[in-house]
Write a new protein. Structure first.
Lengths: 164, 142
């Protein structure tokens, strides 16, 4: 049996239903025809408020999950929505930038006067460069997930989800 | 060999009610009624995630399907529902890369579904994370 996709009414997110095997279900429900098996899966797995539930072939499902929360339904296939990919990627940059701040010994933002008094100029410049990344790194130029993954700031370790 | 009368005292099979009461020590249990005992597992599932596509339900009992609801979020749908939401769920798993830490929690539980969350860290600010393995078991009255 194919998988099923539908859009959630509550938040617009996408659910992908992966049915249990017919043999596993028959141990509880007794012998089932193929039609009864599919009817059971659809009745139990698809809520009443599901939007456009549709069977989907494996070929219509993205092959990686780096941007799973940006998956949207487009008929019987799944697309990756760049409007959602951009904030996901920026949050990952922020997460790794915070680790960089911690490595440098400055997990918290310092009072500017204190910072000027205790840090040398190169360190202050580097801290400011890191702080400005969300403003200086334009992710909107990327048109695909692969393009946006290439937009990663210098001096910040790559997020583990991109390291295969 | 001489003919002789043999008296067989075969106990009655336990009914669903006998199994649910779980006190009779004279009746025999048949395979199809083991599931009615309060101490028997009513539903279980083993889910793996290879990092590509969607998770796989490798093996299960009394499970209709799983739903990939998002990163680190899987909804289990039960074939024969529990009689109330007061059933007991246990879930465990394995983080990607053999990493330690992280945590797993039950989110929304109903008589026929449960949503399980998996996180990369151990605090409320942790991010959702797909785990390599998630196991779920449920006990209770159906």
């Amino acid at each position: 049996m194919e998988k099923i996709i539908y859009t959630r009414e509550s938040d617009g997110g996408l659910n992908v239903i992966i049915p249990a095997s017919k043999a596993d279900l028959e141990r509880v429900l007794g012998p089932l025809t193929d039609e009864q098996y599919e009817q059971h899966v659809w009745q139990k797995s698809i809520p009443e408020d599901a939007i456009t539930p549709t069977s989907i072939a494996d070929s219509g499902i993205p092959t990686d999950r780096e941007f799973r929360d940006a998956w949207v339904q487009n008929g019987g296939i799944i697309n990756i929505k760049m409007d959602i990919v951009i904030p996901i990627h920026m949050n990952r940059i922020r997460e790794m930038r915070q680790k960089k701040f911690e490595e440098m010994g400055f997990p918290q933002r310092l009072n500017p006067q204190v910072e000027a008094a205790i840090l040398d100029e190169p360190t202050r410049t580097e801290l400011q460069r890191l702080r400005d990344i969300p403003q200086t790194l334009d992710l909107t130029v990327a048109k695909t997930p692969d393009e946006i993954k290439a937009l990663w700031p210098i001096g910040v370790n790559m997020h583990p989800i991109y390291v295969k | 060999m001489a003919n002789s009368a043999v008296s067989l005292n075969i106990p009655d099979p336990a009914t669903q009610a006998d199994m649910e009461t779980a006190t009779d020590v004279t009746k025999v249990v048949t395979p199809g009624r083991v599931k009615f005992h309060p101490g028997a597992c009513k539903v279980w599932g083993n889910v793996t995630n290879s990092g590509g596509g969607v998770p796989a339900l490798q093996a299960s009992y009394n499970m209709t399907s799983i739903a990939d609801t998002g990163t680190g979020q899987i909804t289990f749908t039960i074939a024969t529902d529990f009689s109330s939401v007061n059933w007991s769920c246990t879930a465990s798993g394995k983080r990607p890369g053999g990493n330690s830490g992280g945590y797993i929690q039950q989110q929304t539980k109903d008589v026929g579904t449960i949503l399980i969350y998996t996180f990369a860290g151990g605090s409320s600010t942790s991010t959702f994370e797909d785990w390599d393995i998630i196991d779920m078991q449920g006990l209770g009255d159906q």
